[in-house]
Design a protein around this ligand. Structure first.
Ligand SMILES: NC(=O)c1ccc[n+]([C@@H]2O[C@H](COP(=O)([O-])OP(=O)(O)OC[C@H]3O[C@@H](n4cnc5c(N)ncnc54)[C@H](O)[C@@H]3O)[C@@H](O)[C@H]2O)c1
Length: 307
């Protein structure tokens, strides 16, 4: 395999002053991409840019806020490099607290950096990613969507990014832009204090360094990569697709609360999972279960966004 070459490509990485974002920016630049290193922490962004330029790469600092200044970030790419081919929506913040106890401002700040940040930067970037002819949009979600007590704002926001990504992947493929969602794991400043046990932290330091996620991001960002549209867990050298799946259905005799009260235990039994790639598949599956004659009528419509 020859090295994946990014000469002639321009990338924005948000939240690239530290952690995974910095590693993504460094790896893309090391392969020839010109990179906008965005971070509200301007000093960290400048440090990242210095690392890149000292190694012979090309990068510029952008310290706009993804929540309130998304168009300006895209403008930095255009002003500095005249085009935009790749966006990695990586910026994020987190804080813990019970849903009903956390200050409202804090809750929404966490949510907004993730959701408004991804939406704002992506909307501003789309025309340019379309113009690129091989645009790549990589959004960073989290396995937190599966639930972590005291992390509701973060997890709600990451679930929004996940849902957005599934729909956007299907929409954007029509205009030649490949959208992919990642749920990474890495030891970074964000997770440094989450694992006080030194054994876990040491294992994470060696097995899930931030730079290994960058390898996956860089592969997906490449113009020749045909894999996209999915949600991937990525940690160290291991990755897997994440699917929404349903347990076996059951039916009741009549639509009364009492029928469901009698059936609760059956409903909670585990069984064979069916993966749904989009809402059409889920809808079809439910309708055919209830009205099998629709099997021939409802379109399969497995709008498979990955191939
Ligand atoms: N570390 C993990 O294991 C993990 C797991 C799942 C998801 N993630 C996600 O991966 C991404 C990177 O995480 P990380 O662990 O490297 O975090 P990090 O805290 O090390 O880096 C995040 C960066 O985003 C920047 N940022 C925050 N708000 C911003 C804003 N409004 N505009 C621009 N930049 C802003 C911060 O200044 C910081 O440099 C985040 O979206 C995070 O939620 C991380």
């Amino acid at each position: 395999m020859t090295d994946l070459d990014f000469k002639g490509r321009v990338a924005i990485v948000t939240g690239a002053g530290q952690g995974m974002g910095r590693e993504h920016a460094k790896m893309l630049a090391s392969r020839g991409a010109r990179v906008v290193v965005n971070d509200v922490n301007a000093a960290n962004a400048a440090e990242a840019v210095a690392e890149i330029t000292n190694s012979g790469g090309t990068a510029v600092v952008d310290s706009h806020n993804v929540v309130t200044e998304a168009p300006e970030i895209v403008q930095t790419a255009l002003d500095s490099f005249g085009q935009l081919d790749i966006v990695v929506n990586n910026a994020g913040i987190n804080a813990f607290g019970r849903f009903w106890e956390m200050e409202s401002d804090t809750w929404w700040r966490i949510f907004d950096v993730a959701v408004k940040g991804v939406v704002g930067v992506s909307r501003a970037a789309m025309p340019h990613l379309i113009a690129s002819g091989s645009g790549r949009l990589i959004n960073i979600s989290s396995n937190g969507v599966m639930g972590v007590p005291t992390d509701s704002a973060y997890n709600a926001a990451k679930a929004a990014i996940w849902g957005l990504g599934i729909t956007l992947a299907a929409e954007a493929r029509e205009v030649g832009v490949q959208v992919t969602t990642l749920m990474p794991v890495a030891l970074t400043p964000m997770t440094e204090d989450a694992f006080p046990n030194p054994v876990i932290k040491d294992a994470m330091r060696t097995t899930v360094p931030a730079s290994s996620v960058s390898a996956f991001v860089t592969w997906l960002a490449h113009q020749d990569t045909t894999v996209f549209g999915e949600t991937f867990e990525i940690a160290g050298v291991a990755a897997g697709r994440v699917a929404i799946a349903g347990m076996p259905r059951m039916r009741v005799e009549s639509p009364t609360p009492e029928s469901w009260a009698d059936s609760g235990e059956t409903l909670m039994k585990d069984g064979e999972l069916r993966a749904f790639r989009n809402a059409s598949e889920s809808f079809r599956d439910q309708m055919v279960y209830l009205a099998p004659e629709l099997d021939d009528v409802l379109p399969a419509n497995a709008a498979d966004v990955s191939r």
